[in-house]
Design a protein around this ligand. Structure first.
Ligand code: ADP
Ligand code: ADP
Length: 225
């Protein structure tokens, strides 16, 4: 539970400026969707917020804390990837508990958090299975479960539904939206899909060449002329 504040942020790769002087305020518990053409900087921005990519200049705040230079693991932010990034040799339960074990969270606490997340996501029957024994939709739920057990202040989703078929995409989309309301966390969601953006977002950020073209409600962004 935290706001995300990006102030005068510039990101360069060598001589190439991906993001020039960007300012963006995401409110606590807001569901924000980033849209824009391929290469406009959506993933880069998400990775910067997560702490997976350093910034060239500017400031990033999570809540009241300036996190420039703070390691990803210390940011209390969870990222869910398109390819799920599950550990193939571990059971679902261990995929979800692993990060907490590394942190030294007590076993009983880990167990309670894994079971609560599994219940929220309807994956309790699969806790003893390996990822390869699951369908795409179930794997995506495990990836979300692994994020949820960390009790993060914000969730970042990088096109999490692109590997699912159309029917399942609609279902998981509705589940993520419901989860955001249940968990009361800030959500940043990257997609190419206009329907996803319209149905999930409180506000949509339209990016073009690392610049914000629009930051407004779905109704305003997709208004018919
Ligand atoms: P999007 O997610 O909107 O498709 P990205 O954030 O992945 O866009 O990429 C934005 C731009 O930055 C692209 O032009 C891409 O080629 C470039 N880029 C991304 N990562 C790197 C990198 N590690 N080194 C150099 N250029 C990169
Ligand atoms: P997939 O085949 O990709 O896993 P399913 O729709 O089959 O997707 O979901 C897997 C299991 O989770 C099913 O048993 C389904 O009934 C259950 N499930 C999925 N979503 C929900 C939900 N929102 N409420 C209750 N059960 C659900």
């Amino acid at each position: 539970m935290a706001s995300i504040s990006i102030r005068n942020l510039t990101k360069r790769y060598g001589n190439f400026t991906v993001i020039p002087d960007l300012n963006l305020e995401i409110a606590d518990q807001e569901f924000v969707v980033f849209v824009g053409p391929s290469g406009c900087g959506k993933s880069t921005l998400l990775r910067i917020i997560a702490g997976l990519e350093p910034i060239s200049s500017g400031d990033l705040y999570i809540g009241d804390t300036r996190v420039n230079g703070v390691q990803a693991a210390q940011r209390d932010i969870a990222m869910v990837f398109q390819d799920y990034a599950l550990y193939p040799h571990m059971r679902v339960y261990d995929n979800m508990s692993f990060a907490l074990e590394l942190r030294g969270t007590p076993k009983a606490e880990i167990d309670a958090r894994v079971k609560r997340a599994a219940a929220l996501l309807h994956i309790e029957p699969y806790l003893d299975r390996k990822p390869k024994e699951l369908s795409g939709g179930q794997r995506q739920r495990v990836a979300m479960g692994r994020a949820i057990v960390r009790n993060p202040k914000a969730f970042l989703f990088d096109e999490p539904l692109s590997n699912l078929d159309a029917k399942l995409r609609g279902q998981v989309r509705a589940e993520i939206k419901a989860l955001s309301q249940e968990l009361k966390t800030t959500m940043v969601f990257v997609t190419h899909d206009q329907i996803e953006a319209m149905t999930m977002a409180d506000r949509i950020v339209v990016l073009q060449s690392g610049t914000i073209q629009q930051y407004d409600t779905p109704e305003a962004v997709y208004e018919r002329p």
